[in-house]
Design a binder for this molecule. Structure first.
Ligand SMILES: Nc1ncnc2c1ncn2[C@@H]1O[C@H](COP(=O)(O)OP(=O)(O)O)[C@@H](O)[C@H]1O
Ligand SMILES: [Mg+2]
Length: 400
């Protein structure tokens, strides 16, 4: 037997590593979350882009500005030049012209979970970019960060350790014994018009243990709690996006029960695809088991999305082809390619959609926007198909 003293790395040294890792995180965050600053959205659109977004001609916009239905466009006080429209301005135009794409109140709100029990497959990245794609299109979006690591929370400009109180701001109080009756307390606006969020931080991890302990006697309470919570806020939103933790725990199970649509990001490499296959098997088994306990759950759609795809790698192409052959109906046409633009943006806790200025004129950026928009558009169509009030338009667009 080896005595504890014989191991070269002691517990104290591991604690030291953890402290130093915290220092790295804090330095990275200090760059992004400078004290006293708040993240703002600097996106501005010229009248041509605004007209495309709104679905009306430039002339229609000018006329509405001329006759007072819309405010005069903002001008730079120094140069007198138009500063361009914000997303809020564009949404006001959509309201005036009746082109907001909201679901009808009778249509079901879409509760879309981006689920895969593996970490690092691009779940949070996808949640953030889908949320922003949908907000740019004019939908009312809510993002619920269910992962105690809080990556999505950080990209939305909140420092999980500083700006988020686990006992007041996250799902945690709602999951606790005798918690609040609705999720309103945790909803907050973000700096993105049209996106509200429920943030997460490390405190949420305790819910895993507490839920696990209660599973024996209060199984349906535990499993249905998130679904019930979402029902208390869903009337305000078109789409609610759930970003689950990367493990098959109690929170992930509640997410599977709360969602009415699933998107499964799967990088086309052997190891990640192997774990996606495993995930599908576990999910099947878990859903069957839940169904036996009186909680059958159906989904409007379940789709696999190839993420972090690198066309230069023959193995990626080969696996992608196998995926397409095996799941012809279940895999999205569009692919989220492996993109330095995405990696660099998220390293700075930003999304590709909020980058402004000269950086948006590079080829890499433009190409990346094309992939992201294609994924967003495909998911948007899947969502609209679940809303009867959109069917007439979908038929006109030749989609239904
Ligand atoms: N399509 C992509 N191209 C390049 N990097 C990506 C892409 N999607 C995700 N990443 C990077 O991979 C890492 C993990 O992504 P993340 O969305 O946090 O995964 P998850 O939420 O599944 O754990 C992040 O550094 C992110 O920037
Ligand atoms: Mg994540």
């Amino acid at each position: 037997m080896t005595d504890i003293e014989d191991y070269p790395v002691t517990l104290a040294e591991i604690d030291g590593l953890a402290t130093r890792a915290d220092t790295v995180i804090n330095r990275l965050r200090e760059r992004v979350f400078a004290p006293g600053t708040q993240k703002v959205l600097n996106l501005r659109f010229n009248v041509r882009t605004a007209s495309e977004m709104v679905g009306r001609t430039e002339k229609a916009i000018r006329d509405a500005e001329g006759d007072g239905r819309l405010p005069e466009p903002e001008k730079d006080p120094d140069t007198g030049r138009r500063t361009g429209y914000t997303l809020e301005d564009v949404n006001r135009m959509r309201e005036v012209f009746g082109t907001l794409p909201w679901r009808a109140p009778e249509d079901p709100a879409t509760v879309l979970a981006v689920q895969n029990f593996k970490g690092g497959v691009g779940k949070s990245t996808l949640v953030v970019h889908l949320a922003q794609y949908l907000a740019l299109r004019g939908y009312r979006v809510c993002v619920i960060d269910c992962d105690s690591q809080g990556s999505t929370t950080s990209i939305f400009g909140l420092n999980p350790d500083v700006d988020v109180d686990e006992d007041e701001d996250t799902l945690y109080p709602f999951f606790r014994h005798g918690g609040p009756a609705s999720l309103h307390y945790a909803l907050r606006a973000t700096y993105w018009p049209g996106i509200a969020m429920i943030p997460a931080n490390l405190g949420l991890y305790d819910a895993e243990y507490e839920f696990a302990a209660r599973m024996l006697n209060e199984q349906s309470f535990v499993l249905d709690r998130l679904r019930q919570g979402i029902a208390t806020i869903s009337d305000q939103f078109d789409v609610i996006l759930l970003d689950p933790p990367p493990a098959l725990g109690m929170i992930s199970l509640s997410v599977l029960r709360a969602a009415n649509a699933l998107l499964i990001p799967a990088p086309p490499n052997n190891i990640d695809f192997g774990s996606t296959a495993h995930f599908l098997k576990m999910m099947g088994a878990t859903l069957n088991e839940l169904a036996e306990h009186g909680g059958a759950r159906g989904y409007h759609f379940v789709k696999i999305l190839a993420t972090k795809m690198n066309d230069q790698k023959s193995a990626h192409q080969a696996i992608k082809r196998v995926m397409e052959a095996v799941f012809p109906q279940d895999i999205l046409q569009s692919v989220l390619k492996d993109s330095a633009e995405i990696d660099n943006a998220t390293a700075n806790l930003m999304s590709v959609y909020e980058i402004t200025g000269p950086a948006t004129r590079t080829e890499t950026h433009k190409r990346c926007r094309v992939y992201l928009d294609a994924v967003g558009r495909e998911v948007e169509t899947l969502i609209r198909k679940t809303w009867p009030s959109h069917h007439a338009d979908l038929r006109k667009e030749g989609i239904l």
